[in-house]
Ligand binder design. Sequence first.
Ligand code: 6A9
Length: 846
Amino acid sequence: WVVHLATSPRGPAVLRPFPGRPLKQLPQFGGQHAEQLLWGTYRPGYYFGMRMRQPRSLLVGLMWMDPQRSDPLGNIRHEAQQRDGLAKYGWLQHDGQQYGLQQLWDEQYNITTAWAKRLCAECGPGGDWGVSVAVQERAQPGQQQPQRRLQEAEEDVEYEGEEEEQPQPQRPRQVVSLFLYVASEDGSPLQLDLTAAAAALQQPAAAGPASAPAVSGRLPPLRGWQLHLHRTDSTPVQAAVNYLGLATPHMHNLTEAVRQGIYASLHRQRAEGAQQYRLELPNLVQPGANVAVFQVTSLLPLALDLSFLSGLSGGAAEPPAGRLAAVSGLGLQQLLADGSAAFERRFAATFGSLAGGSGGGSTEQAAAAVPASAPEVARAALSNMLGGIGYFYGHSLVRLQEQQPGGRLTETTERLWDTALYSAVPSRSFFPRGFLWDEGFHQLLIRRWDAAVSRDILGHWFDLMNAQGWIAREQILGEEARARVPAEFVRQSPDAANPPTFFLLLSEMSQWVAAAAQSKDWGDTTRADAQFLKAAWPRLRAWYLWFNSTQAGPVPGSYRWRVRDPSSSRELNPKTLTSGLDDAPRASHPSDDERHVDLRCWMALATRALATIGSNLGLPHKEVRPFLAAAAHLEDFGRLNELHLDQGSGEYRDWGSHTEDVQLRQPVQTLADGRQVLVGDMQRVVTGQQPRPQLVPQFGYISLFPLLMRLIPPASPVLGRQLELLRDPARLWTDYGLRSLSRSASLYQARNTEHDPPYWRGAIWVNVNYLAVQAMRHYASTPGPHQGRAAQLHAELRGNLVGNIVRQYQATGYLWEQYDDTTGQGKGGHPFTGWTALVALLAADQ
Ligand code: 6A9
């Protein structure tokens, strides 16, 4: 990818945003919509964190520490991380807008964080809100594992014959330190009222909410704001309250700031000759502090409320008592109860019989075919998808190569413009940021729940497009996001694609719009969809043209993912990260002659989507005609088969320079004395047949794309053959879903380098399985000779997937990135509530 940097006075197109009004500025995303969504749990990379959807926000967050464990300071809980080893955590309910209930199960105790928002006429923009944080010791530590159903854990179940008090083993009573913080990203100073905070946190809540805020300040558009804290448990013990006020522009390492604060206090205690050290903040406030942290250390149970009020004229002035009462104590409990009830009503209306309700259009048979606990898991999956929505602000870094006079290539790192991303994330712990093709899958679920939120997310993503029509695959915006990515993965390449999954939803959207236009029966949703699609059209078109030009293949109608590395010497089969299927095997020797069947099928989807959207928008025929023609071309079954069908096996395949005879070998060096020693990393060697141009015999997800994108005519024997291949347990079929690579493929479960374990080489992934279930459903409802078989496979595959994901959730407490194809066990990132959360749609048979 060679750019000429001096092309335009406004800088090179690659570094400029797509021209025109950003989609996020559409009227539908302003006004009440923006107000309603201003505040939220938009920091999904943390166990609990609130912020506003604006570049410079106030951040509110929670950390905790167990002072009685070993290495407490090395185990402060804040960022959601796998190495913390929480038995389970996540949202049990979350509506994506104004209410959520989360449980976190740490070693010795459970923490509940529940929040709710209250919009009112006198409230500041975005409303007032409250968070209830409660820490409870587990009744019998270690025993109440996630296998126990959550409802049971919540209810106080009394069993007959168990009324006698069992003698409890003696152990020290549990202590916890909670750290509650608020920080202004713009550096605006905070007022800490230490007396008020101490009074409100030391004593149990007999006196009701404290009347002075612990922290206050001013920030546009909130005007004056206040954060009140108060303890709500009834443990008759005084808590220790400590604090720290810091002036710092850095928000990505607040855990470290707290740790350093405690070290400072430990030094002081030592200097003072303390006999026993206390792990406490140093009770210091730096001048101009923009970060305030309060530490509450107490015996369990410990519970407290955070209450946030804004729109006030004076900062620390007298709080409006009625408003404070509405988001604290009993008022907050009522708000939470209302939020919970509303969530349940909406869940029932959306997911129909799965939730025991009647809406949503799913059938009773559908509910009957899944485990009894599927609704509980679907609730958690949906809630974690919504609770995983974040707001990020900053710029991407890109890697550019420039051709110097004389032909030499130089590489530079450039930054794109600062921008906002409102998006769900694949995994709160492992990848808490936006990923392009993941997000298209996320929208299938989010759209079902909240069309406005979904459109807003789509708008933000399309606003990331540069003037060439490119959208970066991984969005690492801002300090908090960048702090979590190893440097070598940060830069994005402007020739790197990623499957255009947004078209899965967009073409459906345009069909609803067309139906509304035809029947003259417009609802708010179709009206807003129409406005959105119309405004998005230039970007959709540019995105499409970018794909069509930069990812074009060697022969007409073929496509090739860029950035495979032909000079790779250590990879058994060079990866194709851009395809999303990372190490799924393709031609062993990357070359410009390759053609990738999955990309051709994605392009068929995209082209048809453009044609459909353009027609439904009523655009002039000459604008739509090229897409109609191109779609017909890409859907041409004969041409598809010419390029990709292996007649002998009936398998769809990539084409390229390939040999099956490759191995990783440890290089050996012969020393002067004749001894041989192993040196360096393993290298890929060809052990037999040299590579030659051919269809690549590695049957896996890639081979399924013509079926997944429904490009096979229902009457064709090819369809029958695909169903046979798919159902074959020696290939992709397992009791838990479809594995990514055939058990009979030579690279099945093969390591790609000595450091890279197999990833898409056998494991079961939910996104592709979801597409397979939907494709089966499509062929089951389309007349043809294979209709009955498709219906059978639809039911079987759906049952296998839902059954296993539900079982694994109950056994481990998590949804997982992938599932093992021999045992069904969850593997990789967790919690992974990105596309794995599509289990909610599968369970509801939607
Ligand atoms: C590496 C590690 C703390 C890989 O779900 C996101 C993506 C998918 O889009 C893709 O299809 N995942 C799949 O093959 C995860 C990618 C994570 C890359 C980040 C840095 C940081 O460790």
